[in-house]
Design a binder for this molecule. Sequence first.
Ligand SMILES: Cc1ncc(COP(=O)(O)O)c(C=O)c1O
Length: 385
Amino acid sequence: MTDVQIPAARPANPRFSSGPCAKPPVFSLDALSDAPLGRSHRAAVGKSKLQQAIEETRDILQVPADYRIGIVPGSDTGAFEMAMWSLLGARPSETLAWESFGKGWVTDAVKQLKLADNTVREADYGDIVDLTAVDWNKDVCFTWNGTTSGVRVPNGDAIPANREGLTLCDATSAAFAQDLPWEKLDVTTFSWQKVMGGEAAHGMIILSPRAVERLESYTPAWPLPKIFRLTKGGKLIDGIFKGETINTPSMLCVEDYLQALAWGRSVGGLKGLQDRANKNAQVVWDFVEANDWIENLATDPAIRSNTSVCLKFTDPAVAGDADFAKAVGKKLEAEGVAHDVGSYRDAPAGLRIWCGSTVETSDVQALMPWIDWAYHAVLTERQSA
Ligand SMILES: Cc1ncc(COP(=O)(O)O)c(C=O)c1O
């Protein structure tokens, strides 16, 4: 075992959590002073902030003008389950899963909604299913970026433009950092807490004209709680997509999201945000390439996430050893150089480093020698125990 020196430099910001993610580098509580606190969200001032959040989202994400964008309760989970409960059951469906959150949507479809004609396709952590084998004439639920396994859908090529089914896409750890082919996505959801470093609790739902058509022509067999209801009397509730939220939002969180969007614009909008995530992830990939004891969980570079980068230790002495991986994460935490980088509770043992757009590349660079150090330090402790 080599004696690895404690690195000289520390990341200026040790926040590498995959959610809530690091705030934008310019974040300050003072910047939220324009939040209309103590005012009704239905007053002109509140409504205009909510409308602005919708319009800016459309603009930065380049969402087509005929798609609807709403702010809904329950973070990404609320937005995605609202879509599942409102739309599924009209025709046969497929639920695709390659990590923990996708598996959660499979459970919803199979055990909660008990969909009569639903096909489940699952891939192991680190892989995705064969998208060309999917029947896109069925409704298809999937996760664009698998946060807990570090994979992503590479592009929308496998999704036919003339599909008969709807695509329901959980894009929470992809939106803003990865290209989303809107013409291939009928429902897209995400939370502010991920790539933009906003707050949780509010979800975004983006609907294609075909999704709206389904909402207005289909009534599910099961009851819908008020916070899932997007229609009234068979018509879309138009106000939801103009800032009239279903229930009361936090105007502090809305202000925070607006600040994050303004920052996103200042770094070059969608392209700038994507470049930042790409650069960050590249630093980790280069580190992995240079070290033979660590590997990406996603072996195929085409499906590797540029936001939730998941790594595994490959030395046979410690590969798959959850206690070892946890100890490395704990060491990084104890040194104050990386918070929350242990892999997700039901994902394979390893590290998960959030490389989304709010993270500074210099911080990812500064973290790499610490991973080297922590890995060897835990290995030494093990050998001398
Ligand atoms: C892919 C994916 N889906 C859903 C969620 C749940 O998001 P939220 O807690 O914002 O509802 C997460 C959170 O990490 C996620 O990564």
